[in-house]
Write a protein that binds this ligand. Structure first.
Ligand SMILES: Nc1ncnc2c1ncn2[C@@H]1O[C@H](COP(=O)(O)OP(=O)(O)OP(=O)(O)O)[C@@H](O)[C@H]1O
Length: 250
């Protein structure tokens, strides 16, 4: 198995923070996986994924994306990774199509090639009839699906998704999950964060449970259940490792 992401002793402390949001984290993600990063609120999932996408800098530690580091090869890495952030990055007053043309052009795509890619993906995600409607008229589930298309118009070989199904109805969730499985079957490595343990158990080939910026356990969903005494499912594993305490911080 080829390591497509290799993380060594990664730490992140935000400016003015008095604790590390990610600490001493080492992990290998192999090509072709759907890798789930699971953990309670504030565990460090977004911080980790944001570093791997090059959106924020680590405090110390290193990681390689397909053998390359952001220090020296950021432009090259950005061409083959796709990023779907937690917050919608769409322009509300533009149509779905106009938004996607804008995102495609950021990757140097244009003309009929770009238009045809947009149409294929809109169709696949059930949005073709709404292509020329403004984003501000879309439901949460529709916006999430457009956000997803925006992150993969350039056909990245690695796709990072930060909670891609949060706040969507079951219908949108199913379309997104089936689509992600198809993308993975066609060769895309997927790294995703989620709070949805049933979804993660169904979708992921590998899972890491993160809390307090550290990995507590990693493996296939069934390995994790088998390794945790008394666990029947991933939720039991999650609670056994992360406890029942609320994670409210103000
Ligand atoms: N920009 C920031 N400045 C300071 N602290 C931050 C910043 N972003 C996140 N944190 C802190 O870092 C810790 C990890 O946050 P992060 O958003 O990575 O967690 P998460 O696992 O993605 O949580 P959630 O499931 O709620 O999205 C939290 O304690 C959070 O308050």
């Amino acid at each position: 198995m080829k390591a497509i992401i290799k993380i060594d002793n990664l730490y992140k402390k935000y400016k003015n923070a008095d604790f590390f949001s990610v600490q001493d984290l080492s992990l290998q993600i192999n090509q072709g996986e759907i890798y789930g990063l699971l953990g309670p609120n504030g565990a460090g999932k977004t911080t980790l994924i944001s570093m791997l996408c090059g959106l924020i800098m680590p405090t110390t530690g290193t990681f390689l994306i397909d053998g390359l580091s952001f220090d020296k090869n950021s432009q090259q890495i950005k061409k083959f990774i796709g990023v779907v952030p937690q917050e919608y990055a769409l322009y509300p007053t533009l149509t779905a199509f106009e938004n996607l043309v804008y995102f495609g052009s950021m990757y140097g795509l244009k003309g009929t090639e770009l238009k045809s890619k947009i149409n294929i993906l809109l169709e696949r995600l059930g949005l073709l009839p709404f292509a020329h409607k403004r984003i501000e008229t879309f439901s949460g589930g529709m916006k999430r699906r457009i956000n997803l298309i925006a992150g993969l118009l350039h056909q990245p070989k690695i796709l990072f998704l930060d909670e891609p199904t949060v706040g969507v109805d079951v219908q949108s969730r199913n379309v997104i999950i089936e689509f992600l499985k198809e993308l993975n079957a066609s060769g895309t490595t997927i790294i995703y964060t989620s709070h949805h343990l049933v979804e993660a158990a169904d979708l992921c080939t590998q899972i890491a449970i993160i809390d307090q910026g550290k990995i507590f356990i990693s493996g296939t969903p069934s390995d994790l259940v088998n390794q945790t005494e008394g666990a029947k499912d991933l939720e039991d594993v999650f609670l056994a490792l992360t406890g029942n305490q609320l994670r409210d911080v103000v």
